[in-house]
Design a protein around this ligand. Structure first.
Ligand code: NAD
Length: 440
């Protein structure tokens, strides 16, 4: 390949499709070799990758290990442990009228060449975890990292070809023009993580080729806090979930819903919890991330006057720092309650009780996650049963996505389809029906 002229999307897809058609990606040995090589890449270059993540988002080495590199390694290990089992054909009972000698089963077929488009907030994990599933299912893959995390994008573009089969895995860096050019090609599946506006662009482009899509989108994930909950525990867990990666987490609790009396006590508990996590000056804490860019910084600081600042509010554009912030007395119609916050601002909205909380949630788009802090079985099951969301977390934000045996994905505005563990095999395969009757 000529280094001076980058390979065009059509040529990349044709090259990968030619590889796929040779059958090279199908044997389980090829798949597990790719997964082991990916694991080696992550462990041998853990420091380089952590440096890139720090450059893009100010993530601490510990956080990068937990939520990006180590997370992906665990997904690889889980997949390697179970892949043979997951891929086993599943027998289906056959009706008697077809005869006793007839058998039927389903088997997983790889789809072909798939496209993975990733966002900037967990720029490594959200690119590579889908890739683990796509390779494990026997596909060739084109990956498009986010241009808004340029250091991580460059590191992955350099390392992936060193470790993975370059005839079956290609990295395309770039922004809207490059992604638009890729989307004009025919893929066998498109896996997109990011915002809903671009999700619509992806789905429209996919429709041209009847390509199935998985859309991992975002939205406002509520946290309902019941009056019986231990507020010190709730505040600590809420603060950890909200302020991880400076609130730039798709499943972060977006806002709190609670009754007025609980709100007052919870606000005080949140002040204490944030101090416990990041000290009196979070700006000086190495554990606290920065906002990705000036555009998001300006968007977020524009939300700070949506309520009474109970905690934080201070910010510094030069280093893209916004303090962990809690806003009280927030009007449900205020700007901060309109769109997903995706930053370190936690509004507390009050409702009279459980019925109104359920109504509040159901009046809005279906969230990616919904968190419930309650000692009452009845309250927990009422919220889970009477609302719709990608997932429900009782008592602990974010943790559901670390359980590889749970599907991860949204519903309605928060997305379609899911992945992780065996659900990634479902997403990146065709479950083919096979029937067999002997000729004699
Ligand atoms: P982003 O701006 O990095 O965009 C995501 C990808 O889309 C990038 O690779 C980008 O190059 C591409 N893109 C952007 N505009 C495009 C266009 N017009 N046409 C084609 N491609 C385009 O990331 P973002 O959207 O700001 O990410 C944040 C959003 O993603 C939030 O809403 C968040 O909740 C959501 N999110 C969801 C999950 C999940 O797993 N469900 C995870 C992380 C983030």
């Amino acid at each position: 390949m000529n280094q001076s002229t980058p390979e065009q999307p059509a040529d990349i897809v044709a090259r990968l499709r030619a590889t796929f058609r040779t059958g090279r990606t199908k044997p389980v040995e090829w798949r597990t070799t790719q997964l082991r090589r990916l694991r080696e890449m992550l462990t041998e270059h853990a420091d380089d990758l952590a440096t890139a993540l720090h450059a893009d988002l100010g993530k601490s080495a510990d956080e990068s290990q937990r939520t990006e590199i180590g997370f992906t390694v665990r997904e690889i290990d889980h997949t390697l442990d179970h892949l043979a089992d997951w891929l086993r054909p599943e027998p289906a009972p056959v009706p008697e009228r077809l005869g006793a000698d007839t058998t039927a089963w389903t088997q997983y077929d790889p789809l072909g060449v798939v496209l993975v488009i990733a966002p900037w907030n967990y720029p490594l994990q959200l690119l590579l975890t889908p890739v683990v599933g796509a390779l494990a299912a026997g596909n060739a893959v084109v990956v498009k990292p986010s241009e808004l995390a340029p250091a991580t994008s460059a590191a992955l573009a350099r390392l992936i070809p060193e470790y993975l089969d370059t005839d079956a895995v290609a990295v395309v860096e770039g922004a809207i023009p490059e992604t638009t050019a890729l989307l004009a090609e025919r893929f066998d599946h498109i896996f997109y993580t990011g915002n809903g506006a671009v999700g619509r662009v992806v789905m429209r482009a996919a429709a041209e080729h009847l390509t199935p899509v998985t859309l991992e989108l975002g939205g406002k994930s509520p946290a309902f806090v019941d009056r019986d909950a231990d507020l010190d525990v709730v505040a600590d867990r809420l603060a950890r979930g909200k302020f991880l990666n400076a609130g730039q987490t798709c499943v972060a609790p977006d806002y709190v819903l609670t009754d007025p009396a609980t709100a007052t006590a919870l606000e005080a508990a949140l002040v204490k919890a944030v101090d416990g996590l990041f000290g009196a000056d979070p700006k000086a804490s190495g554990a606290y991330s920065r906002i990705i860019n000036e555009r998001h910084f300006d968007r977020l600081t524009g939300l700070l006057d949506s309520g009474r600042v109970v905690l934080g509010g201070d910010n510094d554009r030069a280093v893209k720092y916004i303090a962990p912030t809690v806003l009280a007395d927030v009007d449900p119609e205020s700007t901060v309650m309109r769109d997903e916050i995706f930053g370190p601002i936690l509004p507390v909205v009050t409702v009279p009780g459980l019925d109104e909380a359920i109504g509040f949630i159901n009046d809005r788009d279906k969230p990616l996650a919904l968190y419930v802090f309650s000692e009452s079985d009845e309250t927990r099951s009422r919220i889970a049963d009477e609302t719709s969301s990608g997932a429900v977390g009782h008592g602990l934000p974010l943790a559901h996505l670390t359980v590889s045996d749970l599907p991860f994905g949204g519903v309605g505005e928060s997305g379609m389809g899911n992945y992780h563990g065996r659900y990634s095999i479902e997403t990146f395969s065709h479950r083919k029906a096979v029937l067999q009757k002997p000729l004699s």
